[in-house]
Unconditional design. Sequence first.
Length: 164
Amino acid sequence: MTRSDDTAQHDGRDGDPGFLTVSNLLSLTRIPLGITFLAIETPGTLALVVAAGALTDLLDGFIARVTRTRTEIGALLDPFCDRVFVFLGLVSFLPGGLLVTTNVASSNPCRYGMDFLLEWHLIQRDKAQLEALCPDVAPPGSFCMTSELTGVNVFIEVRKPYVE
């Protein structure tokens, strides 16, 4: 191929890398991960699902760039899988559902590597800043703040109460 822009489909070898690239398979894993939102209710497991989805989202584009296997189908597949993952997460938030969301803490020791090396620019918040995003009208006990052991990822768990 003679194209030199960012959408070039050449992987350094002769021919198209095809559909089944590592990066496309990583994107596709977000669909079964999203389905698990509908079956799991333990907050810790849900947090792992969110983290796994975020990790696949980070790695798919990075791997495609590094291995020079960027494809037009991959450019469409990544945001499609993102939307399916988020939609399934929101569906799990129907009455009685649990929504777990995360934010990278502003104390993240890898912040500059993420910003400048990986070009993964995030809005980073501490627990107080994330809690400020919660609505004031939320019933007492309907949400809680947690973080994983390193404190880099801050989670908010919101349970939507049943309406009788």
